[in-house]
Design a protein around this ligand. Structure first.
Ligand SMILES: NC(=O)C1=CN([C@@H]2O[C@H](COP(=O)(O)OP(=O)(O)OC[C@H]3O[C@@H](n4cnc5c(N)ncnc54)[C@H](O)[C@@H]3O)[C@@H](O)[C@H]2O)[C@H](O)CC1
Ligand SMILES: [K+]
Length: 549
């Protein structure tokens, strides 16, 4: 079992926890175990061991001008401020405070609350007995080297206001690195929403199972880097609440590689490895067609055909000698006016369309939507779809459609939904999949993919559940023109291959997203976040594959 694939809401976490407690695990014992693990990790991070959180330790070092943490002897151990809230998040924090105190750190506890949950109060009483100083003002924290945030965890449901909000704001303004326990206080565990005020953490220890907020774009600036503190939740308890096949999963290396078309059959030939038709580009945006085609090339698809306006055909042929380039009739400005009369869409296992088409290619896109071919639709393909009427058109399609909008395109495609779900990207993607029956791949820092699980309708209701995959790792280096075009081609290639191999088709969306992100991460590592232009990205797809496949 890979614990990394699970992702839960606060309510699901509570239900799992309830089962563990009902089975006999004492609450206090679990708190002790979890907080002990956190205290150990904090010490490792302070020594510079592992994780990107070590960057912030360098900040600490700079602040105190004491040289490197690794060289610090006991007398120079950092001063750690522990922020304690009224619930069990505060209880965890108090156990961390106590453990760090016993390890020789100078600890100061900030607890502005008078009413604490019983277990939290017990730990507070004991910490007082140990003469760990308690403060209820921010001022005494200003000389700390590190703050540990245990104000609120998944129990926070309402807006933070008044004195607590002011205090959190002041704490953020101290500019001291903060490690949050479970979730930065003030961030909603499920939606990632900012509840009035929130701790801006450098690093967050997510406890037990990943929470939804870690996969919501809007929470990422508050979460900082993150890691899972695995406290051995029994698999049976997870399965009892999430089901044997959880409806929402983080994409992992294992799940992504499972749907790669590898190994190839020794007797495969070009047609059994899929035939993809890309329809992209215009005289104005010829590069978009090239980038999509280079993405498709990396997928290893058996046959690649590319339909472009007649006038840019030579450019495509010179860049992609292996591809079959089809010239299409074009408008005055050089967009595809319609598909060639002689084209037989039935020849292709899948079609990927959209990048660089311009809105003038509406007739061509309409004929693709009317076809019975599996389709990946992106960019202008989506803008045209929005004009034609997203939901009725997609609901009518008999074949699989994967649409890959960024948030702006999503709003154009599903204006009402976007208003309802706001910035909750996971809810928005799931609702869109329910509404139109297509596979929705919502781009962003944490790509969210949802589709309807037709095989699993919910009892009497005709609504089926959705399957959702969330990509946990990416890089802002990919936030750049053209990187989406590469994804469209890569995904199209994987889809054509999956259809030809008769393997599950929707799942390749998660594989393509993971692969694309890993290539970006690898390129950014070697060339910095500024060095990952879309063409360069295409050149990292195969090296990245060699690392993770
Ligand atoms: N299963 C696990 O993962 C474990 C979780 N642990 C820790 O417990 C917290 C959850 O604890 P809980 O007591 O349920 O809630 P919180 O500590 O998050 O805080 C709730 C507390 O705060 C009050 N409150 C809520 N909203 C506000 C507000 N806006 N302003 C002021 N006060 C508010 C509320 O009334 C409660 O009293 C989890 O995150 C983990 O850190 C276990 O220790 C280990 C296992
Ligand atoms: K917290």
């Amino acid at each position: 079992m890979t614990i990394q694939k699970f992702v839960v809401t606060a309510d699901q976490m509570r239900q799992i926890e309830t089962r563990i407690f009902a089975a006999g695990m004492p609450v206090a014992a679990l708190m002790e175990k979890v907080a002990g693990l956190i205290a150990r990790r904090i010490q490792e991070l302070l020594k510079g061991e592992g994780s990107s959180a070590t960057d912030c330790i360098t900040d600490v070092t700079d602040r105190r001008k004491r040289g490197e943490w690794k060289k610090i002897d006991n007398s120079q151990l950092p001063v750690i401020g522990v922020l304690v809230g009224p619930g069990h998040n505060g209880g965890d924090a108090l156990v961390v405070a106590r453990e760090l105190h016993f390890q020789g750190f100078q600890v100061v506890i900030y607890c502005p609350f008078s009413k604490l949950k019983e277990l939290t109060k017990n730990h507070a009483d004991y910490a007082r007995c140990l003469n760990i100083p308690f403060v209820d003002k921010i001022e005494p924290l200003k000389n700390c080297d590190l703050l540990v945030d245990g104000l609120f965890g998944f129990g926070l449901e309402r807006e933070i206001n008044n004195a607590t909000a002011t205090a959190i704001d002041e704490i953020n303004n101290l500019n001291i690195p903060i490690f949050s326990i479970d979730i930065p206080s003030g961030i909603h565990t499920d939606t990632g929403d900012f509840l009035g005020m929130a701790i801006r953490a450098k690093h967050t220890f997510c406890l037990g199972l990943w929470k939804m907020a870690f996969l919501q774009d809007r929470a990422l600036e508050y979460i900082g880097s993150s890691e899972l503190i695995d406290f051995d939740i029994p698999a049976a308890d997870i399965a009892a609440i999430l089901g044997e096949t959880p409806a929402v999963q983080r994409i992992t290396k294992a799940s992504a590689t499972q749907h790669l078309p590898l190994p190839r059959s020794p007797i495969s030939h070009k047609y059994t490895n899929g035939h993809l038709l890309i329809i992209a580009g215009s005289r104005r945006y010829s590069g978009a067609a090239i980038l999509s085609a280079l993405g498709a090339r990396a997928s290893g698809v058996g046959m690649l055909s590319i339909a472009v306006p007649e006038s840019i055909k030579p450019m495509l042929s010179s860049q992609l000698p292996e591809a079959l380039v089809i010239g299409c009739p074009e408008t005055q400005s050089g967009a595809i006016s319609e598909l060639p009369v002689a084209i037989d869409l039935g020849l292709y296992d899948a079609i990927a369309a959209g990048p660089g088409l311009t809105l003038e290619a509406a007739i061509a896109v309409e004929s693709l939507l009317e076809s019975d071919r599996p389709l990946v639709l992106d960019a202008d393909g989506l803008n045209i779809l929005a004009q034609l009427g997203t939901v009725p058109i997609l609901s009518e399609r008999s074949a699989l459609t994967i649409i890959t909008p960024h948030p702006g395109e999503f709003k154009r495609l599903f204006p009402e939904l976007a208003d309802e779900t706001g910035d909750d990207r996971i809810a928005a993607t799931q609702a869109a999949a329910q509404l139109c029956g297509a596979t929705i791949l919502l781009k962003g820092a944490r790509v969210c993919i949802s589709w309807k699980d037709e095989g699993d309708s919910l009892g009497d209701s005709c609504a089926s559940r959705t399957i959702t995959y969330l990509n946990p790792e990416s890089t802002p280096a990919l936030a750049r023109g053209g990187s989406g075009d590469v994804l469209t081609g890569l995904l199209g290639g994987l889809l054509a291959t999956a259809i030809a191999r008769k393997s599950p088709a929707e799942s390749v969306a998660a594989t393509a997203v993971w692969w694309h992100a890993q290539a970006g991460i690898m390129a950014a590592k070697e060339r910095t976040e500024l060095g990952v232009d879309a063409f360069t990205l295409t050149q990292y797809l195969i090296p990245a594959l060699r690392e993770f496949a």
